[in-house]
Design a protein around this ligand. Structure first.
Ligand code: FMN
Length: 330
């Protein structure tokens, strides 16, 4: 049984990873519907939050049906992190997560995200500043280390647990790897074998099938698995893994009607949350994933990303439904 503070996450939780420009409320809604046990917002800049930047503030939007939900922040300055933790606290999510894993230049250049892996004293100070400023459980998400020769995740976990961090999600890559190569969960397994570690450890990186999820659960002994890219356009990954773990059976893939249903719900959510113009525009990046695996779908995709009209999109969905009825995607 995995617990974070008072939050009961069940036997073996599946977490939706925080993903910038992806893990927004409309996307989270379809993941929740399909079995995500704990979800996170996209990361939010602490500097942006305290500047009251609209884009950062909008990312704080959470809804009751999403619970349990964590808000993720990043930053390299203690005061900004403390103030952000207070702002997050006031929005009343279930937990506050700190990003110590983001590899992108604009973040690490400011001494935030994965850059903090190079200075564990700073990591301790930033984390303590957040813990002091919120009554929420604080968790962190990080990587194995900055580069191959400085993989310090074991020390990170010990020090974070000691100052009161309540769970840690670990992406099995270093910062220098970015998203290249295969995620290596060996050190994650080692941490799970450390008798001193009692907080939940969630494994992350490259889980994209029910078989792999079960294999990694058994091999590395993690308390839950966090899934990112495999859920984009395929929120059924959560229910498929759950079903496989419970029964050993692989569920049939979603039908065309289910694919279009989730895509429509995602689109409607986007329009409601972002307004019609932006909602339609930002939904464009998701069609390819929802339609992946369907043969000869390119023409539909092109039309979906070239129209600004909800009615027209609905017409195209109707055409897709008719064309692919009876057919199961590969
Ligand atoms: C488009 C995209 C955006 C991401 N944004 C964030 C983020 O905001 N915060 C974070 O902690 N990780 C972020 N990540 C990393 C993911 O949370 C996750 O650690 C990574 O994708 C590995 O998991 P996966 O193999 O299941 O995708 C992002 C990843 C992607 C692909």
């Amino acid at each position: 049984m995995a617990r974070i503070g008072n939050i009961d996450l069940g036997e073996f939780p599946l977490l939706l990873a925080p993903m910038e420009d992806v893990s927004d409320p409309p996307f989270r809604a379809v993941c929740k519907e399909n079995g995500a046990d704990l979800m996170y917002t996209e990361f939010i800049s602490s500097e942006g939050l305290i500047r009251d930047a609209i884009k950062s503030r909008q990312k704080l939007d959470i809804f009751d049906y999403e619970r349990p939900i964590g808000i993720q922040i990043f930053g390299g300055d203690e005061d900004a992190m403390a103030m952000s933790a207070k702002i997050v606290d006031a929005t009343n999510p279930d937990l506050l997560d700190i990003n110590f894993g983001c590899p992108v230049k604009k973040v690490v250049c400011k001494g935030a995200g994965a850059a903090v892996l190079k200075d564990l004293d700073l990591m301790v100070r930033l984390t303590k500043a957040c813990i002091r400023s919120t009554s929420l459980p604080v968790t962190i998400k990080t990587r194995l280390g900055w580069d191959h020769d400085s993989r310090n995740i074991e020390e990170v976990v010990e020090r974070m647990q000691d100052i009161g961090v309540q769970a840690i999600s670990i992406h099995g890559r270093t910062r220098m790897q970015l998203y290249k190569g295969d995620a290596d969960w060996t050190l994650i397994g080692k941490i799970k074998n450390n008798p001193r570690i009692h907080i939940p450890i969630f494994g992350n990186g490259d889980i994209d099938t029910p078989e792999k999820a079960l294999e990694y659960r058994n091999r590395y002994g993690v308390d839950g698995i966090m899934i990112g890219r495999a859920a984009i356009g395929y929120p059924w990954i959560f229910r498929e893994i759950k079903h496989y773990m419970a029964t050993g059976e692989i569920l049939p893939p979603p039908t065309i009607a289910e694919r279009l249903g989730a895509c429509r719900k995602h689109l409607q959510g986007s329009v409601m949350w972002k307004g019609e113009k932006l909602g339609i525009l930002e939904m464009r990046r998701h069609y390819a994933s929802y339609l992946k695996g369907l043969s000869h779908v390119k023409e539909f995709r092109t039309r979906l990303v070239s129209t600004d009209s909800l009615n027209h999109i609905e017409d195209i969905f109707g055409e897709i439904a008719r064309q692919y009825a009876e057919m199961q995607p590969a």
